[in-house]
Ligand binder design. Structure first.
Ligand code: SF4
Ligand code: SF4
Length: 292
């Protein structure tokens, strides 16, 4: 039997998740626990406890038993009004609003959009937690006559091991990697994990010519992008010149918990950071277009 992915959301067209127009698949589940997460309901996997079923005002959720006689939550998207009460009910801050996709089902969806897109991006959550599905999907795309022209990209937190990257590398066209802080302790404070593997992923992908974009998160007074600007600029200028350096400005949209007390990044602060990086020789900078 082929691999099955747990999918939080699919966006048929995006122009901010890699080059050109792309279909983006957001997989459920993440191995970071970022305090600043804009979509915290993608972090944990639903364990079908059933707590959210009774809180749904339109009976869009039900608890059933699957083939292995285990509890399974079923979400009826036709009935759902997207009120998000279930998300706030869940003790794990998870979402029951996910779907299972096999590779053939995903290929069918891609074929319905193929004339409108340049490629696909698998994002998350953390996409690489479902790496066997991604490999099977990318492999199928690359060997299908009608889909082989689509580029296959991954948007990742960079925590995948070297062996994981090597497994997907033959089918991967490029990756976008987040670097959420320079110092290990700051990265651990924000994400719950250190950044050793992130640097390792950046090195592996850059060496293979598959690092499309590095994303730097600027949270004034919290992340260390500004205080470590010399070290960061020195690092960025060593990367291939083709790598895009995307600056992300922290905002409160979707955030829960203590990060709501953190200051947001203004356009002026972002412009100042960009100027500092630019003065230190960093090119290919991409700045946010909105600050909300
Ligand atoms: S978001 Fe949908 S499934 Fe969740 S409580 Fe609201 S209507 Fe029910
Ligand atoms: S979404 Fe949360 S509350 Fe609902 S069944 Fe899954 S784990 Fe339980």
């Amino acid at each position: 039997m082929g691999r099955i992915a747990t999918v939080n959301q699919i966006i048929p067209f995006s122009c901010v998740d890699g080059p050109g127009s792309r279909l983006v698949i957001f997989l459920q589940g993440c191995n970071f626990n970022c305090k600043n997460c804009h979509n915290p309901y993608t972090i944990d996997m639903c364990d079908s406890c059933g707590d959210c079923v009774v809180t749904c005002p339109v009976n869009a959720l039900s608890l059933t038993i699957d083939e292995q006689r285990k509890p399974k939550i079923v979400w009826d998207s036709d009935k759902c009004t997207q009120c998000d009460i279930c998300l706030t009910t869940c003790p794990k801050q998870s979402s029951p609003k996910t779907r299972q996709y096999s590779v053939p089902q995903m290929l069918e969806l891609l074929r319905s959009q193929v004339h409108f897109i340049n490629g696909i991006t698998v994002s998350g959550g953390e996409a690489t937690l479902q790496l066997p599905f991604i490999i099977e999907l990318f492999q199928a795309i690359k060997t299908s006559e009608d889909l082989a022209h689509l580029s296959c990209m991954i948007d990742s937190n960079g925590y995948l091991s070297e062996s994981g990257w090597q497994q997907v590398m033959p089918y991967l066209d490029g990756a976008m990697i987040d670097l959420k802080s320079w110092q290990e302790h700051t990265h651990s404070y924000i994400t719950g994990r250190d950044n050793h593997r992130v640097f390792s992923s950046l090195k592996i992908l850059a060496a293979e010519g598959k690092l499309y974009e590095i994303r730097l998160l600027y949270i004034p007074k919290i992340s260390d992008i500004d205080s470590e600007v010399n070290a960061i600029a020195g690092y960025l200028t060593q990367l291939p010149a083709s790598v895009r350096v995307k600056l992300n400005a922290f905002q409160h949209h979707g955030v829960t918990g203590e990060a709501l007390n953190w200051p947001t990044c203004t356009e002026a602060q972002m412009q100042q950071l960009a100027a500092q990086l630019s003065q230190r020789g960093v090119g290919n900078l991409v700045l946010p277009t909105v600050y909300l």
